[in-house]
Design a binder for this molecule. Structure first.
Ligand code: NAD
Length: 313
């Protein structure tokens, strides 16, 4: 590639894995992150690399942001609040961290004449889809979580900026992404719960929720692959694995990988883990598949590998 690339949220889980790959391919990568959830330790192996730069900035500081993005060929916009469960407790958080932050990124691009943005969206924009696996052209999109609503709003802002100001966008709707440096989500939750109490595991819902999980190495691979093969004004791709695993199945893998026995699974009940959760999620990946990409991990292998790396195995 060899481009000047900005990665917002580059100190986070997916962002830091993406930065590793961008630098290894000879690009210059500048991370913009406020370190609210990201960690400098995820990037410290790059600090001596002249192609790497870190700028501590909050995307809610528009003037600082406008200065920081100057001259970039491409912006990967990952910074967001990614915790899908917060909506019922805090109705404003995604409005600020996702929608306003994305608007600020787009404005910073517009005033600097920048043209290319890649955005990390989510399966939750589909809401409770009646078609599974769910393809990119499924509709109408009726999100049922405030997180999903915010990401769909970001998508709409991005595509309309692209049309209005001659920009180009790649929008990736992720399934659940897991792997090294994961700091949130079901695997991290289960490991923490079992470290606190190795005799019992609380599972949200009835444990039968089935979802698709993808390893972060496959995710980064798919992003870069799709960007190389597509050049429309708005290029939208689902990224996930081709199967699902249940919450109970994930619990069993974590218990096994932690070497525990006789753990009692306790279910909070109901078919959803939380308000806004869906009992089944699996994305169709035919669109990126037709371009020639295939995941190398299935859901179970993604979860197992993620658990091992988070346990330091
Ligand atoms: P993460 O929390 O590890 O990374 C987000 C990063 O953004 C963090 O480093 C955080 O410090 C930074 N950040 C947050 N608000 C900021 C702000 N206002 N200004 C500057 N930096 C800010 O999350 P992740 O799992 O790596 O997710 C990355 C992206 O992928 C997010 O947009 C998320 O919504 C999306 N996504 C993730 C998953 C998943 O399974 N992990 C699934 C679907 C979509």
């Amino acid at each position: 590639m060899n481009k000047r690339i900005i990665v917002t949220g580059g100190a986070g889980f997916i962002g830091s894995n993406l930065v590793d790959r961008l630098l290894s391919e000879g690009n210059e990568a500048t991370v913009l992150d406020n370190l609210s959830a990201g960690r400098m330790e995820f990037l410290e192996h790059h600090t001596e690399n002249p192609d790497f730069k870190f700028i501590k900035v909050d995307l809610l500081e528009p003037e600082k942001l406008k200065k920081a993005v100057k001259g970039a060929d491409l912006i990967f916009h990952l910074a967001a609040n990614p915790d899908v469960r917060l909506g019922a407790e805090n109705t404003g958080i995604y409005l600020q961290q996702n929608i306003i932050a994305t608007y600020n990124v787009l404005e910073a691009m517009r005033v600097n004449g920048l043209s290319n943005i890649a955005f990390t969206s989510t399966s939750t924009v589909y809401g409770e889809a009646s078609l599974i696996p769910t393809p990119e052209n499924y509709g109408p999109l009726i999100p049922i979580s405030l997180y999903g609503a915010s990401k769909l709003s970001c998508e709409a802002l991005i595509t309309s900026y692209c049309h209005t100001f001659d920009m180009k966008s790649w929008i990736f709707r992720f399934a659940n992404i897991v792997g090294p440096r994961g700091t949130h989500g079901i695997i991290v939750d289960f490991i923490n719960k079992l470290r606190n109490n190795p005799d019992s595991l609380e599972v949200l819902g009835d444990g039968k929720q089935r979802k698709s999980y993808l390893h972060v190495s496959d995710c980064v691979d798919a992003i870069l692959f799709a960007m190389e093969k597509s050049s429309d004004m708005a290029n939208i791709f689902n990224i996930g694995s081709e199967d699902t695993i249940s919450a109970t199945g994930i619990g069993e893998i974590i218990v096994e990988e932690m070497g525990l026995e006789n753990v009692e699974f306790k279910y909070t009940g109901g078919s959803r883990g939380w308000r806004g959760d869906v009992p089944v999620m699996m994305l169709s990946i035919d669109k990126i598949g037709q371009l020639g990409w295939k995941p190398s991990y299935d859901s179970e292998k993604s979860v197992r590998d993620a658990a091992r790396s988070l346990l330091g195995k």
